[in-house]
Structure formats: C-alpha cells, structure tokens
Design a binder for this molecule. Sequence first.
Ligand SMILES: [Zn+2]
Length: 132
Amino acid sequence: MADLKESFSKGLTAINVKTSTFLEAKKIQTYISTLNSEIEALQKEIGRRAYEDWEKNGSISLSNIGEQLMEISKKKETIAQQKIAAEELEKKEQQILGTADNQKPSKIFCPNCGQSYDGPVKFCRKCGTKLQ
Ligand SMILES: [Zn+2]
C-alpha cells in the first residue's frame, strides 16, 4: 500500500512540475511574441521617420531614429535572454522528471537472431535462445 501511495504522489509531483513548466514556458512565449510585435512597431516607426527625413532633407539622419534603433537592440537582447530561460526551464524539467529515454525500459536483443523485445523476455520467441 505504501508503494502505491508513493508512486501516486510521485505521479502528482510530475504533473505539478509539468503544469508549472508549461505555464512558465507559455508566459515566456507570450512575452517574446509581445517583444516581437513591439520591435515590428519600432521598425515601422523607423521607416516612417527615415522616409519623412529623406522627403524633407534629401537624406536620412541617424539621430532621428537612434532612439528606436537602441530600443530594438535592447528588446532583441531581452528576447535572447528569454529564450535561454526557456531552454533552462526545459532542462530543469527533464532533470526532475527524467528524460523520456530514462523512463523507457531498455530493449533486449537476442544474441542469436537479433530479434528485439521491449520488455524482459526469458526466451527468444523466434529462435528459442535463453535471454536471461
Ligand atoms: Zn532469437
């Protein structure tokens, strides 16, 4: 009974970790897409200002768009940081839950005929070689 209780609570922990990671990852995704649309708005603003400048003065002065350019590079930096945070989140989840590979039972191969089995098998069903 204790084992069942333990594995049940382990299952709950896994669900909690997955849910919180999912929500956190979702938050990061939303933040990144907000930043991306802000960058797009800034790019439009830069284009508009540059065009007005060119129309008025026949040239484009960086001082008119410098602020927007700086803001874009700041936002791009933030996006890069958020992407790193998302990767770390994924790594952390894998550390807690164990990777999918660790959870899978390892395959057994028959040394005689090469037939593969997913679970523990005593004898090869194909050629009858003792496997355990
Ligand atoms: Zn075999």
